[in-house]
Unconditional design. Structure first.
Length: 353
């Protein structure tokens, strides 16, 4: 795996003028600023994930150093500090996913080598990281783990089970044990790049690259009984890599992916209640992209972050301004090559990557 330079940045408005709507297309309106020191982890960092606590402080989880054991750190306003002990797992982790419960307790999901490469979830009890249910609870090895909380406060985890042809699974913790939401291995075939999110009304959705439909994008939701397609299965124009799923405030699902119909450039589509439609142009990025992340800013605009292999794996951030996709700040913005990308907005509305 390539060397990774960890960068966590936020953008701040530098100038606000009466001509704000026209000025937003200019990267000069924003500057990206380091949050604390650069390279703050003890070792190389892998599978970085970002979330905000109830106080609005950014936290990051990652596999740390040569052993890639899990570490979680937070920015306390002055610097980055460990949350609990560093490298608190006893073996390598992959696909970290960090989320806070409605009561503000941090949870971490990951692929856990010491427990059969299965899915494990831990939470921080104020002193230590402790298991939530059985470690390695997936039936077999797990890929692309994603953790999210339902509106009622139950932790859900989506993943691909590589012992069952990499089909999609979602489980929730019922207070005692992990149980399947609907049936196990519910996707029609192999899935890759599983993305998971709840709609504003609390319906779990999963987006993925769908091998049963020519590796195009599909999104499914749980209707209370089983998993059903949202619109047509395989709705993207071409093969969809690096899918990222998010909802706008109106409850419409948006899916970002690298679109092979456009040589791997970025495309965002949304479901309008009947069909999946492009948001702006398909393949709107200048170059093919990888490792995508999608979120909505306080104005309700979709914002995307991704790496650009043609630019030495540096990062770019763009937003849809209602007419077209424009850069947010400098492009590319990372100083060197990166590998993990996670975009999130703080409670105060600032974008962090």
């Amino acid at each position: 795996m390539k060397k990774l330079t960890i960068i966590l940045l936020l953008f701040l408005p530098v100038v606000l003028t009466a001509q704000q709507s026209a000025y937003k297309s200019s990267p000069l309106e924003y500057m990206w600023k380091n949050v604390g020191s650069t390279g703050f982890s003890q070792g190389k960092a892998y599978y970085i994930n970002l979330a905000f606590d109830p106080d609005g402080l950014p936290w990051v989880a990652y596999g740390d150093g040569a052993q890639q054991e899990a570490t979680v750190m937070k920015f306390d306003g002055n610097g980055w500090v460990n949350v609990g002990p560093a490298s608190f797992t006893s073996d390598i982790v992959w696909y970290t996913s960090l989320a806070f419960s409605p009561s503000g307790q941090p949870y971490l999901a990951f692929r856990d080598r010491i427990n059969g490469f299965g899915t494990t979830v831990m939470k921080f009890d104020g002193t230590d990281w402790v298991y939530v249910g059985k470690p390695g609870f997936s039936a077999d090895g797990a890929l692309y783990t994603t953790l999210a909380f339902s509106p009622t406060g139950e932790p859900y985890v989506a993943y691909e089970d590589d012992g069952f042809a990499s089909r999609a699974n979602v489980q929730k913790f019922n207070g005692t044990k992990w149980e399947y939401v609907g049936k196990a291995n519910f996707s029609p075939g192999v899935t890759w790049y599983t993305a998971f999110a709840f709609s504003p009304s609390g319906v779990p959705h999963v987006g993925f690259q769908d091998y049963a439909n020519s590796q195009k994008a599909s999104v499914m939701k749980f209707d209370g009984t089983g998993w059903v397609n949202v619109g047509n299965a395989g709705f993207s124009a071409g093969q969809a890599d690096y899918t990222s799923l998010a909802f706008n405030a109106s409850g419409e699902p948006y899916l970002l992916y690298a679109d092979h119909e456009y040589a791997g450039k970025a495309t965002v589509m949304k479901f309008d209640g009947t069909h999946w439609v492009n948001v702006g142009m398909g393949g709107f990025s200048k170059n093919p992209v990888a490792f995508t992340s999608l979120a909505f800013n306080p104005e309700g605009q979709p914002v995307v972050a991704f790496l650009v292999p043609a630019l030495s794996w540096k990062m770019e951030v763009m937003k849809f301004d209602g007419n077209s996709w424009v850069y947010v700040g400098d492009a590319p913005l990372s100083a060197d090559d990166a590998e993990s990308v996670c975009l999130a907005f703080s409670p105060a509305g600032m974008a962090y990557v």
